[in-house]
Design a binder for this molecule. Structure first.
Ligand SMILES: Cc1ncc(COP(=O)(O)O)c(C=O)c1O
Length: 289
């Protein structure tokens, strides 16, 4: 386990150049730290290639511009930065974290003059779980915190501020012995976990919530494509908490989670089966080739 991400060896990319990891610093009066003016991406490199790179670039630019930040470089420069960081650190299978934030020029709600910064870091993160290990599934608590409405927050971005309640929900779940938490939305509908989208299998059909107030994950869309290509019907619909018990299999998707089966949600238990296995295997084929 990594003890401190600030003290990793190697290099990362900050505002146009590679520099030693420990030298990538920002001031404590950075707007991002006080007012959450920060957006980021979570990406994976498989065999040295970023999976769905363009989609991640597009979403990062969308997140930044939605928060009123002019994107500080071109998509091409961002791509070069990712690959420079992977190469400089000798990473082939890893996690890549681009982040964009407002600097320290103005300290207050208004941030009209703050400069926009961008960094890319990467660390080793092999996709090491065998399908068998994954098929044990993770345990989800039901969170008290809910996903906000689109009138309350920019819900279709990866804005740092949106993760405040995710951390609260995840900590509460971990305190109670779970791996993660399933969150409802502001209307009380099933939404997603703290960092992944969720799917329920019933009678051979996959059901998943409509992403109208949470992230329509890149892996979510990939998983829907995999299911359809394998002749499995996928229904995007409103899912209420009392329907959770009717699922036979449950899985979550995300760049970090990839396809991870769920064995428990609150007091309900599930046995990951044929569809979970197929989704794990087909996703691995797509990412690892
Ligand atoms: C809150 C949340 N939902 C869903 C996802 C899954 O998105 P993706 O598949 O694009 O990684 C993530 C991860 O980025 C996330 O943080």
């Amino acid at each position: 386990m990594i003890e401190d991400y600030g003290r990793l060896p190697g290099q990362l990319w900050l505002d146009g150049k590679l520099l030693p990891w420990g030298e990538a610093q920002l001031h404590v009066l950075s707007h991002a730290l006080h007012y959450a003016s920060s957006v980021f991406e979570g990406e994976r490199a498989y065999g040295g290639k970023i999976f769905k790179e363009q989609e991640h670039t597009d979403r990062l630019i969308h997140s930044a511009t939605t928060l009123g930040m002019e994107f500080p470089c071109s998509g091409e420069e961002l791509s070069q930065a990712r690959h420079a960081v992977l190469e400089a650190n000798g990473i082939v299978d890893g996690y890549v974290r681009p982040v964009v934030w407002r600097g320290s020029e103005m300290m207050g709600i208004s941030a009209q003059r703050n400069t926009i910064h961008i960094a890319v870091a990467a660390w080793e993160w092999p996709s090491y779980f065998s399908p068998e290990a994954r098929l044990k599934g993770i345990r989800l608590a039901l969170a008290d915190w809910r996903r906000p409405s689109p009138e309350t927050a920019p819900v279709n971005t990866k804005a740092a501020g949106l993760y405040m309640t995710c951390t609260l929900a995840k900590h509460a779940a971990e305190r109670d012995g779970y791996d993660d938490a399933l969150m409802l939305d502001h209307r009380g509908r099933v939404a997603e976990t703290t960092g992944a989208n969720i799917f329920f299998v019933r009678d051979g059909v996959i059901h998943t919530p409509v992403p109208d107030c949470f992230l329509d994950g890149i892996t979510r869309r990939t998983a829907i494509g995999i299911a359809k290509a394998n002749g499995i019907e996928v229904i995007e619909e409103v899912i209420m908490p009392d329907e959770i018990s009717r699922a036979e299999e449950v899985f979550v998707t995300g760049t970090a989670a990839e396809v991870t089966p769920v064995s428990v949600i609150g007091q309900h238990t599930y046995k990951p089966g044929k569809i979970c296995r197929l989704m794990i295997e087909e996703y691995a084929k797509l990412t690892c080739g």
